[in-house]
Design a protein around this ligand. Structure first.
Ligand code: ATP
Ligand code: MG
Length: 289
């Protein structure tokens, strides 16, 4: 297993995105070097998920945040291949609807939290409310009383997220937060591929090119968010995303390790249940006589 320390931010005080290289591969040269490892992680995840579901108390909340074309969708698809759909949910959060904007910013994501025993994946999340909303100053679209929007507004919102995540953890819903860290050059390459490859044309959106102009503002907003919401209980994982195979390796490793750290067990049966099963066994075997 890889050492994850370098990628895990538990204390954001001195966090700088510039200290993290989006094309880092931890000295691994290519996909071939990790043959079978992602598959093994996926197998562990499936095994642990079965126990998580049977135990039915903890829930895992996987949050994936990134700039456009960082590979959120393909990463989610890949990492989820081994999971049982019965215990898995995926939500993609887009621009909020009028109804959603008529509520507090945590309302829509809170409704979509995974049930106990399940793994929930948020493709974007309440973090958008300190990212795009901050970058484009979209607060006026929400019905927030004007006098509440002061110079502490964003700091307060980041604190609210920290409190909220502490609340989730204390209730057995465990966030695992990934930032797929893509370089501006690689984003350009991927956009060009979407334009040049007819099978990828459908992924192209002119809006993405417009958002790219705000690259630095987004990087700043991400940096602030990560600085203020990284804690030992709810760390951010900064995933180098220029090489998709490496991002998959890291993410699958982190989720597998997180599940293993819970020491999940199948529920034990009581003496009464054992007795009942013995009776049931007898009934079934007697049937064949
Ligand atoms: P892809 O482009 O890979 O299909 P995506 O997640 O970028 O996936 P889009 O439909 O392209 O999906 O974009 C969704 C948009 O919704 C993003 O630009 C995102 O920033 C925006 N969004 C998400 N949450 C909010 C929010 N709370 N307020 C405003 N905009 C939001
Ligand atoms: Mg998009």
């Amino acid at each position: 297993m890889l050492s994850l320390t370098k990628y895990r931010i538990e204390d954001g005080k001195n966090f700088r995105l510039a200290d993290h290289n989006p094309s880092d591969t931890a000295h691994l040269k290519n996909k071939k070097e990790i043959a079978g490892i992602v598959e093994e992680n996926i197998r562990i995840m499936a095994e642990e998920q079965d126990k998580l579901y049977a135990q039915n108390d903890y829930a895992l909340l996987i949050i994936v945040q990134a700039m456009d074309a960082a590979g959120k969708d393909s990463l989610i698809k890949h990492v989820m291949t081994g999971l049982n759909p019965r215990g898995t949910s995926v939500y993609s959060f887009k621009q909020p609807t009028t109804e959603e904007m008529d509520h507090d910013f945590l309302w829509r994501t809170h409704k979509s939290l995974p049930e106990r025993g399940c793994i929930g994946i948020f493709n974007r999340s309440y973090y958008e409310d300190v990212l795009i909303v901050r970058v484009h100053n979209l607060l006026n679209r929400h019905q927030i009383p004007h006098n509440l929007i002061d110079e502490n507004f964003w700091d307060n919102r980041l604190k609210q997220i920290c409190h909220y995540e502490r609340y989730l953890i204390q209730n057995g819903i465990l966030p695992v937060k990934f930032f797929l860290h893509l370089s501006k050059e690689e984003q350009k390459e991927r956009f060009l591929k979407r334009i040049n490859d007819p099978t990828k044309n459908w992924k192209f959106s002119f809006g993405d090119i417009e958002e790219r102009r705000f690259w630095d503002d987004y990087q700043k907003a991400y940096e602030l968010a990560i600085q203020h919401t990284s804690t030992p209980q709810s760390p951010w994982y900064i995933i180098p995303a220029d090489k998709k195979w490496f991002a998959r390796l890291l993410v699958s490793d982190i989720i597998a390790q997180k599940l293993q750290s819970l020491h999940l067990e199948y529920p034990t049966v009581s003496d009464e249940q054992k007795q009942q099963m013995e009776t049931a066994k007898k009934i079934l075997l007697d049937e064949t006589k």
